[in-house]
Write a protein that binds this ligand. Structure first.
Ligand code: PGA
Length: 251
């Protein structure tokens, strides 16, 4: 069943990109339009400074835009923060929550991630909820236990019609050029699928589970063909349109 899920190829620009980088968005929009339309959904999450303009450039195209973080409240006295409603107002339809860099740089807990995911859903956005073990946990053979614990704490209850995306990103593979072995990715994704089915019933069958961590044009084809891998969350290789489009084509 999960093999019938339409893949999502999502770019996470992190704290990269100035106005000149909007050309990359223009190039991606063009590459996925018309007869070359890919059989997957495509998303770019630029820094929030570029989001409104990216929304204009991608309007009426196959490219969706998203935020990289949101506050748990929709508005109010929270200097420097951005709400999910504000992201939606810029044309965003997704938001990444609980990325490992937010968890480590800002001490974000599973409970906070769950509240952010709920805020995203309330604003009409689809949250991409990130989970993944670090190197020490991996060496201690705790990867699956850690990820199940994160899922348990980070996933909100869902109302009818609401959907989430899970991104499995082993922390040691992010930005390092190291990729999890295919057998480990298969084992983890199938264990996440089993967890979803056990805890979320039928909805677990249709939830997208993305892989993230040093996905590049050269390895994307192999990773994206694995069972229960329903797309990718791509950092470094999403910054250049050519590389990102090559990954889209690999899907
Ligand atoms: P990377 O980042 O592709 O540069 O490893 C992935 C991510 O952090 O989402």
């Amino acid at each position: 069943m999960s093999n019938t899920i339409k893949p999502l190829i999502a770019g996470n620009w992190k704290m990269n990109g100035l106005r000149a980088s909007l050309d990359q968005i223009r190039d991606v929009v063009q590459a996925i339009s018309g007869s070359k339309t890919p059989d997957c959904d495509v998303l770019i999450c630029p820094p929030v400074t570029l989001l409104a303009e990216a929304g204009v450039l991608s309007a009426n195209s196959r490219l969706a835009t998203g935020g990289q973080n949101c506050h748990v409240a929709q508005k109010g006295a929270h200097t420097g923060d951005i709400s999910a409603t504000m992201l939606a107002d810029c044309g965003a339809t997704f938001v990444i929550v609980g990325h490992s860099e937010r968890r480590s740089d800002h001490g974000e807990t599973d409970g906070l991630v769950r509240a952010k995911a709920r805020a995203a859903l309330d604003a009409g956005l689809t949250p991409i909820i990130c989970v993944g073990e670090n190197q020490a946990e991996r060496m201690d053979a705790l990867a699956i236990t850690v990820v199940e614990h994160q899922l348990d704490g980070s996933l909100p209850e869902l109302n009818k019609g609401e959907e989430i995306v899970i991104a499995y990103e082993p922390v040691w593979a992010i930005g390092t050029g190291e990729v999890a072995a295919s057998s480990d990715i298969v084992r983890m994704h199938s264990s996440i699928r089993d967890w979803l089915l056990k805890k979320r019933g039928l909805r677990g069958e249709t939830t997208r589970i993305l892989y993230g961590g040093s996905m590049k044009p050269g390895n994307a084809g192999e990773i994206l063909a694995l069972p229960d891998v329903n797309g990718g969350l791509i950092g470094g290789a999403s910054l250049k349109a050519d590389d990102f489009v090559a990954i889209i084509n690999a899907a």
